[in-house]
Design a binder for this molecule. Structure first.
Ligand SMILES: O=C(O)CCC(=O)C(=O)O
Ligand SMILES: [Fe+2]
Length: 375
């Protein structure tokens, strides 16, 4: 009995074991996701979705947008409405963005991320300039296993001073090709995102240009290049922890490696099948509010793997900081469908969220449900 007691006292706990292994691997423990949110093993996810009794994220062909058939266009709008309600996510093909541009930007991005850390850190994002390189982003107070490079279409010259922010692109020195590809890339994806914004407006039954006023020259949309290095402990960390995107919509490309997972209505995590010729689009928190909960901003996360690095590039469509956001009046009804959210200012919301990327908070950061009205 005495010997057993001794053993119990000296045997390391699971937590101590984990800490030791991480130290041996040189991994910062702040990457480790709490057990209930860890990825659930790969094998099940890789069996075809139909075999698991499920359906996958809809693929919508945009080819008819360029044609003259009204029926073709109406079909797209209907598919977008249905996907936004059922999934909050869809993929689009025949979107008109050049795949050559994508391969240029991917190659340049991979070369950039391969630079030594001290080089990349010369253009590091800060709490006052939210664009540039960054390697220690927190999602749900856990460090993401990724590196990012963020940039915007143009410098925001007349940015409201009370936010103590300025958006000034920081380009790595001597990499003209990188900068050139990035600039072409954001222009092309920005154009596509406006097309999708029009389709979303139509799908909600409002004027196709309804949302444009929020996305004038002083919009705060951000293009991101993501690099997820291969990881020796993919079961313990996430490339990005579960989260919802806070903007209007996100337009993303991913390479063939895969790892983006979306939480389906039944709670199951569904892997988005990578397609080089597709953009993955999801409606964000603002679309949820505008639609008065007809559409949902859905949780998603990124799983990493042991064997391959992964590249993705999301464009976050964010409005002007002056924008006030509230459910669209014509979609509400005082009796049958009262507004589910109080009006709030995008600038205050986003600034609060940006600050939480830098500070480790004991509580969840600001979410749209904090503006919900309990009818
Ligand atoms: O890399 C991805 O596939 C998704 C990234 C993402 O969800 C995000 O950055 O908000
Ligand atoms: Fe996201």
């Amino acid at each position: 009995m005495g010997i057993e007691n001794l053993k119990e006292e000296t045997a390391p706990t699971v937590a101590e074991d984990l800490a030791r292994s991480l130290q041996e691997l040189g991994i910062d423990p702040s990457f480790v996701v709490s057990p209930e949110h860890r990825p659930s093993g790969q094998s099940q996810l890789e069996s075809p979705i139909e075999e698991r009794g499920g359906s996958n994220i809809p693929i919508i062909d945009l080819a008819a947008l360029g044609g003259s058939s009204q029926a073709g266009k109406d079909k797209i709008v209907e598919e977008i409405r249905s996907a936004s309600q059922e999934w909050g996510f869809f993929q689009v093909i025949n979107h008109g963005v050049s795949l050559e541009l994508l391969s240029d930007v991917e190659k340049e991005a991979r070369d950039f991320f391969a630079l030594p850390l001290e080089e990349k850190r010369k253009i590091r994002r800060s709490s006052v300039n939210p664009v540039g390189y960054y390697e220690s982003e927190l999602t749900k107070n856990t460090r993401d296993w990724k590196e990012v490079f963020d940039y915007v279409v143009k410098r925001k010259d007349d940015f409201p001073s009370e936010f103590n922010l300025f958006f000034e692109n920081q380009w790595p020195e001597g990499r003209e090709k990188f900068r050139d590809s990035c600039e072409k890339w954001i222009k092309a994806v920005d154009e596509l995102s406006f097309k999708v914004l029009e389709l979303l407006a139509l799908s909600l039954g409002v004027d196709p240009r309804y949302f444009f006023e929020f996305f004038g020259r002083d919009n705060t949309s951000i293009m991101r290049l993501n690099f997820y290095a291969k990881c020796p402990v993919p079961d313990l960390v996430l490339g990005v922890s579960r989260h919802k995107d806070q903007g209007a919509l996100t337009v993303l490309v991913q390479d063939e490696v895969g790892g983006l997972e979306v939480r389906r209505k039944d709670g199951e995590w569904i892997r988005v099948t990578p397609r080089k010729d597709a953009f993955v689009i999801n409606v964000g928190d603002l679309m949820q509010v505008w639609s008065n909960d007809l559409y949902h901003s859905v949780e998603h996360r990124v799983v990493v793997n042991e064997n391959r690095d992964r590249f993705s590039s999301p464009y976050f469509m964010f409005p002007s900081y002056k924008s006030d956001i509230a459910p669209i009046e014509s979609l509400t009804d005082p009796i049958k469908n009262p507004p589910k959210y109080a009006k709030f200012n995008w600038g205050e919301f986003d600034k609060n969220r940006k600050d939480s990327n830098f500070k480790r908070l004991g509580v969840e950061n600001l979410q749209i449900y904090h503006y919900a009205i309990n009818n």
